[in-house]
Design a binder for this molecule. Sequence first.
Ligand SMILES: Cc1ncc(COP(=O)(O)O)c(C=O)c1O
Length: 451
Amino acid sequence: MSATIAPPRRPEIKTALPGPNGRKIIEADAKFVTPSYPRPSFKLVAERAQGVWVEDVDGNTFLDCNAGVAVCSTGHCHPEVVRAIQDQAAKLIHMCGTDYYYQLMPDLARKLDEIVPVPSPTRTHFANSGTEAVETALKLAMHVTGREKFIAFFNSFHGRTLGSLSLTSSRVAQRLGFKRQVLDVVHVPYPNEYRNPFSAEDCEGEGAGRGALNWIEKRLFKTTTPPQEVAGIVVEVVQGEGGYVPASKLFLDGLRRICDEHGIMLIVDEVQSGMGRTGKMFASDHCGLKPDIITIAKGIGSGLPIGATVARADLMDWKPGAHASTFGGNPVCIASALKTIELLQGGLVQNSAEVGAYLKAGLEKLMRKYDCIGDVRGMGMMIGVEFVKDKASKKEDPELRERVETACFERGLIILGCGVNSIRWSPPLILTKENVDVALEIFDEAIAASI
Ligand SMILES: Cc1ncc(COP(=O)(O)O)c(C=O)c1O
């Protein structure tokens, strides 16, 4: 008798989307919940999720290649993470680490000291979100340097609280109505190699990375922004919300040199790109970048809210009261983070690299098939696909991006847009090659139906 191979699991869509139960929840949401959330054109109303599969309130099952916006790194409700959370919740839920002590806090800080690209020894400040981790980094840089100015990059996203919002520049909707920015931040075009914003003269034949460095040194430092007044340069190694755009080693090495020359803090925001997402523990590790301060959130807690700002120990020597948070470093969230890191080190970072490369190769194949895919870029399971009118003109096609996103959803694949006209692939790091084959088949069909 020949062995039968089980067919790969596929999404199952049984109702109109959203279904009747989903529509009721969306109605209630529209009435009582703030309309400021930037929800996409498709509407997912989740009920439960396991691994890479999400079930909605009408019994439809989706293959999740977004992971709750790059958060559920170990997959939804990983049994070991759930157990760690349950055990900790039964033991100690809260104690306020700003006033009292518990073992978990130094445990996670020690673990972070081992894995972050910031040179050891380090110290960690715990918060509850990405934006708070960024706020901490900004305050620390001001405290250490006694300076106030920051340099950030266009299309960056660092959060929506007022300090981090001064850096954020990926959409005007994030700024509209909030008047002048609270911090003194000057923005530089991000060195997007596909859409190089710099002149040939500025690039010196070395691409957008050199252009950005020259912009900072030859333009900013010689006009509006004396380097001796700059507290920090804040950068995403792979720009996230801005379109999943990786920066080059030349550029990142150059930023390190500029910071060293002028006593500026290099703040690397790895809230989205960290914790194995790019196939290494941190995106900085791809090019040996050594930040002074790094910000972490999203994937570290497998879905529980935790942010961390890790800095060189000699920098983080501020006095009691200078910065703290009631909930930051909550015991249950730390228990989840420690288990997450164990799972990442135990194979998921490796899986992110291997299955991510397989996914990228499949997307590159689709780029060769369709003239409307202008660029496929990224590392590990942080891959951006940019939709254009055609390859020759590179004209952005945000409407097509929306149509593809919706067509994927209707077929049971969850992917989310980023930037003006890109789709991000940020699946749980447990994704298998079998899942990738199913996802790519749906993506292909969705593009064919949308052009
Ligand atoms: C790079 C980066 N920094 C900061 C943030 C803000 O994180 P949060 O939404 O947890 O405040 C995000 C969120 O998308 C991000 O991608």
